[in-house]
Design a protein around this ligand. Structure first.
Ligand code: SF4
Ligand code: SF4
Ligand code: SF4
Length: 296
């Protein structure tokens, strides 16, 4: 009898269960979005090959448990009819997660779904020293929890105050969660402490006279991990305003991890061992188009 390659099956989304020769199939649900026909197909497959239920994972995934070894190929074929594919497991870029973002959510600053699909096309399943999670959240409310990811992306707004229509009502100062706004009514000035500003955009949204102009952008966070060891990802770059720069940074990050990461080492631990400064310099070089030390 042919030996079962459990590692290959896991790589392809079929995770071994405690019950012999049964697998829980993880699906690739990019940005947490499924169509109604895909949901129908999942329902059919779970009834026909599983036990009539699914498990929703912490990262927006859908798993169909109790798939039998002999049914794996048939299950893959049926799911592919609805454009559904197994999700990657193991040491590689995992399914990209995202909140609803600006295409749906009134608070959204960036189009998270579009960016998740781009990241999926460019980076999904790339082989790395360990698992690598990318998560995209549309604004500072952080529903998708950017800092829990190896690389988190958050929609952000850089505020710029314009004096002309300001009535010095004080609302922007009151809503600023970072206490970064100083109003000097006597001299008719408002200043922002840029070191304190978290780019949440509340000042821009709350102003009744539209005296703040907001420039939308992206904040990137690196090295989050939530497993046996827990660490929040860190923001080490200033706000980025172009998606092109975001992709340059993601590419440089993956190159860095491939180059320096030891097999089985989480990205955070690579950063701690090799040095955040070295990493930051690589990202800055990538943004400046100076090329990377890792370019062939
Ligand atoms: S993070 Fe912001 S954009 Fe995303 S769902 Fe939450 S409130 Fe909406
Ligand atoms: S909320 Fe607008 S009008 Fe009020 S102080 Fe701030 S900038 Fe001026
Ligand atoms: S963007 Fe947010 S943190 Fe920055 S000044 Fe405005 S309210 Fe404060």
């Amino acid at each position: 009898m042919k030996e079962v390659n459990y590692n290959e099956l896991k790589k392809g989304g079929f995770m071994r269960q405690v019950q012999k020769d049964h697998f829980s199939l993880r699906l690739r649900v990019v940005g947490g979005r499924l169509t109604s026909s895909q949901l129908k197909k999942i329902y059919e497959v779970a009834n026909k090959y599983g036990k009539g239920y699914v498990h929703l994972t912490a990262r927006q995934g859908v798993e169909i448990p109790f798939i039998k070894l002999q049914d794996i190929e048939a299950v893959k074929k049926e799911l592919s009819e609805a454009g559904l594919e197994p999700g990657a497991c193991g040491p590689r870029v995992r399914t990209i997660t995202a909140c609803q973002g600006s295409s749906i959510c009134p608070n959204g600053i960036i189009d998270t779904t579009e960016l998740a699909n781009e990241c999926d096309k460019r980076y999904y399943a790339q082989e790395l020293p360990h698992k690598f999670k990318i998560g995209i959240t549309g604004c500072g409310n952080n529903c998708l929890k950017a800092e829990e990811n190896d690389l988190g992306i958050k929609g952000a707004i850089e505020p710029e105050w314009e004096e002309s229509s300001c009535t010095f009502c004080g609302l922007c100062q009151a809503v600023c969660p970072a206490k970064a706004i100083q109003i000097d009514e006597k001299n008719k000035k408002i200043t922002i402490d840029r070191d304190k500003c978290t780019y949440c955009g509340r000042c821009v949204k709350s102003c009744p006279t539209n005296s703040w102009k907001g420039k939308p952008g992206y904040l990137l966070y690196f090295g989050g991990m939530f497993g046996n060891n827990v660490a929040l990802a860190k923001q080490i770059l200033p706000i980025l305003f172009s998606k092109e720069d975001v992709h340059k940074v993601i590419q440089a990050t993956l190159k860095f991890y491939k180059k320096y990461g030891k097999q089985g080492e989480r990205f955070r631990n690579t950063l701690e061992r090799v040095g955040w400064d070295i990493f930051k310099k690589e990202l800055e070089k990538a943004i400046e188009n100076k090329g990377s030390d890792f370019d062939e």
